[in-house]
Design a protein around this ligand. Structure first.
Ligand SMILES: [Zn+2]
Length: 329
């Protein structure tokens, strides 16, 4: 590999401030050092220098080898659950899932609503699977390079903007692809909590080895500001998953830091064959007919989440994952 990094940037991707301060240090697959900086003005946290696309692709390929399960049933189930909400917005609409992988989430929507579903992904084998096996229209492209005349009623960006190379351009493109009154549903790790994990480890002399290329970390407030600056109206914003919070923030001083990834070295995976996802017809039918998909189970699940509100909607940004629903008005 030649270029591990891209050129170091001197100003914030979002607010253009040159006041970048040291945030934390980690490694990417024990291969490249990750140096996170934080914009003192807007709070955006990002790796600087940024990894090159080549490095990221090698890491993604290695991650694909390490991962043994794709959570196909959960994705399909999530799609069905999502369709309950979609059906409340509109009986019919068009959705684009950015980074849709093999397309099981979209398939879950397509099978349980009248919404028309499409996706994009940068893994060719996943795109082929979605088109050929699931019959879901998925394009092989990045969002930035996606060329279409179509407009969508909803764009889903699930755990993608922490990986992209320029989130501002990414979200601007999403905006242009939406119909008026269309929505973006976006989910990404909470940068406050994830950032605290990195800092907490550094304080104890540990550099965490990251396998996923989380190159941008967003504090909920910063993410909302970015959405608004592009022209979106933020309808909803909350965080979920407060498990591990005290530990992540270093408030349990002697808790063990999970450094489970330290044994992974990119060099061990570079020459290994990639694993292409496949599934038998029998397995596929088991997913479609799973008893986990019963309406009452899915609705109970939604109800329980509401009953035990781990959502920090009053503005305290605790919780591993953040969600934002924004509208083009
Ligand atoms: Zn900034």
């Amino acid at each position: 590999m030649n270029n591990i990094y891209q050129k170091k940037v001197r100003e914030c991707y979002y607010c253009k401030s040159k006041d970048l301060i040291e945030h934390s240090k980690a490694t990417y697959w024990n291969y490249a050092d990750l140096n996170y900086e934080e914009c003192a003005n807007c709070g955006l946290i990002f790796a600087n220098p940024m990894l090159s696309l080549e490095t990221i692709i090698f890491g993604n390929k290695a991650l694909n080898i390490v991962h043994t399960s794709r959570g196909t049933l959960n994705q399909y189930k999530g799609g069905k659950q999502f369709s309950f909400w979609l059906n409340k917005i509109k009986n019919y609409g068009t959705i684009l899932d950015v980074g849709c992988a093999e397309g099981f989430f979209l398939k879950g929507i397509a099978d349980h609503s009248d919404w028309s579903v499409e996706g994009i992904d940068i893994i060719q084998s996943a795109v082929d699977f979605a088109n050929n096996i699931l019959g879901i229209k998925v394009y092989f492209t990045t969002l930035e390079d996606f060329k279409t005349e179509k407009k969508y009623d909803l764009i889903r960006i699930n755990n993608v903007i922490e990986h992209c190379l320029n989130p501002i351009l990414f979200l601007k493109k999403s905006y242009t692809l939406l119909n008026n009154n269309g929505f973006v549903w976006c989910s990404t790790p909470n940068g406050i909590q994830d950032g605290a994990v990195l800092k907490n480890a550094n304080k104890r002399g540990i550099k965490l080895n990251l396998l996923e290329n989380h190159l941008f970390l967003y504090k909920p407030k910063t993410l909302k500001e970015i959405f608004r600056s592009i022209g979106f109206t933020v309808i909803k914003s909350y965080c979920e998953g407060i498990k591990h919070s005290l530990k992540d923030f270093g408030l349990i001083p002697f808790s063990k830091i999970d450094n489970n990834n330290s044994k992974f070295f990119l060099s061990d995976y570079i020459y290994k064959e990639n694993i292409i996802f496949s599934i038998t017809d029998k397995e596929l039918n088991e997913i479609y007919n799973s008893s986990d998909l019963k309406n009452y189970k899915l609705k109970l699940d939604i109800f329980l989440k509401k009953l035990f509100p781990i959502k920090m909607f009053w503005g305290i940004s605790v919780g591993h994952q953040q969600f934002i629903l924004a509208q083009k008005k």
